[in-house]
Design a protein around this ligand. Structure first.
Ligand code: ZN
Length: 269
């Protein structure tokens, strides 16, 4: 069909538009992030809506227009079912979508980023979330996603060497300087200790962050971490994301509220 193109993509989010239409944000490997109009997609019997649920991997036929591209047809390849069924998983998926929105301009094809989001969804989908440990597993997967995707756009944190003297960082007494984008060893911390952009980090936190940065998601999900180090890792990730995006994400506020209310990372009794 002239004026159309085929692609596959991950449906990151949707929002209502006019009475019966919807906008969809879809991450594709070959065309980057697309904002597509789905006509009639909010009608109950819409075939399009049945295939175009958020957190699905779909095959699309799209009509390109001057102002907007419109979905002609959609075929579901895989649905990451539990991401839309569980409120915490949904918030993690929204968090991912918010980060992709901030980091990836439209249109800019990045197959690696596409694979990262797909792998993160897959691993979050595999977690059962029936125990507190599972929440830690999910938080670790998110940690891996954040470190990998920010590294992809040029903000890889230096977690192995001191950013000032370049010596390899050893166990304890180190701090991470968010402005430097690196760890700072005890000898080089000098007057920066009380800076807003400096956070002391334990040797265990450094090891977890290194692991999450370098290992595939399947390994990260299987790592055994208890609540206390997870709290520090999570604090690091929150500050790291806020520093680079210069804002706090909406989904983070909800996650922290839920975490507190359900005592998911608080000290064990
Ligand atoms: Zn140093």
């Amino acid at each position: 069909m002239p004026g159309t193109y085929k692609t596959t993509g991950l449906v990151l989010r949707r929002r209502p538009f006019r009475e019966t239409d919807r906008w969809f944000v879809v991450l594709t490997p070959d065309r980057g992030k697309l904002e597509l109009l789905g006509r009639g997609a909010s009608k109950i019997k819409s075939k399009l809506a049945a295939h175009l649920e958020p957190f699905s991997y779909v095959q699309l036929l799209v009509a390109s227009g001057k102002q907007t591209d419109t979905v002609v047809s959609a075929v579901l390849i895989k649905r990451f079912q539990t991401l839309s069924q569980n409120i915490v998983k949904k918030t993690w998926a929204d968090y991912i979508a918010e980060i992709v929105d901030c980091l990836l301009p439209v249109p800019h094809a990045d197959p690696t980023m596409f694979r990262m989001v797909g792998a993160t969804w897959k691993n979050l989908d595999l977690i059962r979330l029936s125990r507190g440990d599972d929440y830690i597993k999910g938080s670790l997967v998110i940690t891996g996603f954040v470190l990998k995707i920010f590294s992809r756009v040029g903000y890889q944190p230096e977690l192995f060497h001191c950013g000032i003297c370049r010596r390899r960082v050893l166990q304890n007494g180190n701090a991470y300087n968010f402005s430097h984008g690196s760890l700072i060893c005890p000898a080089c911390q000098g007057g920066t200790k009380n800076s807003r952009n400096v956070m002391p980090v334990t040797g265990l936190t450094i090891r977890i962050l290194r692991y999450a940065l370098k290992q595939p998601y399947g390994n990260i999900r299987r790592l055994k971490v208890s609540r206390e180090p997870m709290r520090e890792v999570r604090k690091f990730i929150d500050q790291y994301v806020t520093f680079h995006l210069e804002k706090e994400l909406k989904s983070v506020k909800f996650l922290r509220y839920f975490e507190k209310k359900s005592h998911l990372l608080s000290a064990q009794p």
